[in-house]
Every structure is written in C-alpha cells, then in structure tokens.
Write a protein that binds this ligand. Structure first.
Ligand SMILES: C[S@@+](CC[C@H](N)C(=O)[O-])C[C@H]1O[C@@H](n2cnc3c(N)ncnc32)[C@H](O)[C@@H]1O
Length: 193
C-alpha cells in the first residue's frame, strides 16, 4: 500500500469513474449516504493508497463499497460490517463480489471477536452515528490499523447525535496522527492518517 499523498482537491470537482454510478444511485427512492464529491473522494483515496484490505463499518446499499472497489485495483478483501444485511451489496457490480465479505453484527461485536493482530489498510466509519458509538469505532479502528493505514469518518459535522468531527480530531491527536476535514456541501469526511 502506498503512503497517502496530499489530497488533490480537483478530485472533488472533476469527473470520476464513480460518476455514472452516482447518476444511477441518485434516482434510488431511498437515496444514498454520501454526496457525489464525497464518493469521488472515497474513490480517489482508494486509488491513491491502493489498500489491500478495507474495513467498512456501515455499508448502506453498497455505494461507498463501490467507490472503494473501483479505486482499489490491488484490493484483496473488503469487509463490510452492518446490522442491516438486506441490500448491502445491492449496487456492487457482480465482478467485485468475490472480494467482498459481509459480517452481520454490530461493529462493537465485530471488534470484540476480531483477532488482536488483524490490521486494515483503510477503515471507513459510517455506522452508528451516536457520539459514543462513533468514538468506539474510531478507537477500535486505530487499534486495527496498519502503521501507514488511513481511517475515513463520514458525517463529521455536528448533529443532534454528537460531533463526530471533534471526536475524530481528538482521537487522531491522541494517537499521534494527522486529521484532515473535507466538507464540500455534504455531511463531510474526516481523514485520520
Ligand atoms: C448511513 S448508512 C451508510 C451509507 C454508506 N456508507 C454510503 O455512503 O453509501 C449507515 C449504515 O450503518 C449501519 N449501522 C448502523 N449501526 C451500526 C452498528 N452499530 N454496527 C454496524 N453497522 C451499523 C446501518 O445498517 C447502515 O448500513
């Protein structure tokens, strides 16, 4: 896996391979979780890092999964963790499915049963958005991150559930890592690297 290069902000506004999928997803009656700029960012992060292992907490219908899969040409395994199994690979193209594993459980239970030495190159935190739950997800992700690994948190702007951005920044600082916030008109992405 490569080191995270400085983010080129043109990736937020320039056309990306994820765009045709987003056009399709945006017509879904239930919508999708991220904005186009955010899916472009997830795609670019994966293309930039070329992770071999990804952990995704909260895949929704699989739209963020697809952004990572399209970007990561060297990916060996993407693990989805979700409490709602129905449809979490619904928008994932069939050729990618052999590299996707879905674990149906809470992220707390997932980390409890995970062997201590398992490490991921990239972790996406987009599950239970309550402050304490997000803090646990980020803390657990930090324990299971490769040294050059990256954690991406969605929904970093403050809501009635809490302020995931402040939590992520604080936990990144305590772990001696950098925190970068990217807010582009949507709920925002926080990158711990
Ligand atoms: C906002 S959706 C994710 C959207 C998706 N990441 C995207 O951008 O396309 C939130 C997801 O978190 C899952 N979730 C909620 N609480 C969870 C928990 N405690 N553990 C694991 N997954 C959880 C839900 O089942 C749902 O799939």
């Amino acid at each position: 896996m490569g080191l995270l290069a400085p983010m080129d902000l043109r990736t937020l506004t320039e056309p990306s391979p994820i765009d045709p999928y987003f056009d399709r997803w945006s017509k879904r009656p239930d919508g999708v979780g991220c904005t186009l700029a955010e899916y472009r960012t997830l795609f670019s992060l994966a293309a930039n890092l070329q992770p071999r292992s990804i952990l995704e907490i909260g895949p929704g219908c699989g739209a963020s999964t697809m952004a990572f899969l399209l970007g990561s040409t060297t990916l060996e395994q993407l693990t989805q963790v979700t409490i709602h199994p129905d449809g979490c690979t619904e928008v994932v193209e069939p050729q990618f499915l052999p590299r996707v594993t879905t674990r149906v459980m809470t992220s707390d239970n997932f980390f409890e049963q995970l062997a201590p030495d398992v490490r991921f190159d990239l972790v996406f935190v987009d599950g239970d958005h309550r402050a304490l739950s997000a803090a646990r997800d980020i803390t657990n992700a930090l324990h299971h991150l490769q040294p050059a690994g990256v954690i991406v948190c969605h929904d970093i702007l403050p809501t009635c559930l809490g302020d995931i951005g402040v939590i992520a920044q604080d936990l990144a600082g305590r772990a001696g890592k950098q925190y970068t916030a990217l807010v582009t008109g949507g709920p925002g992405l926080g990158i711990i690297s």
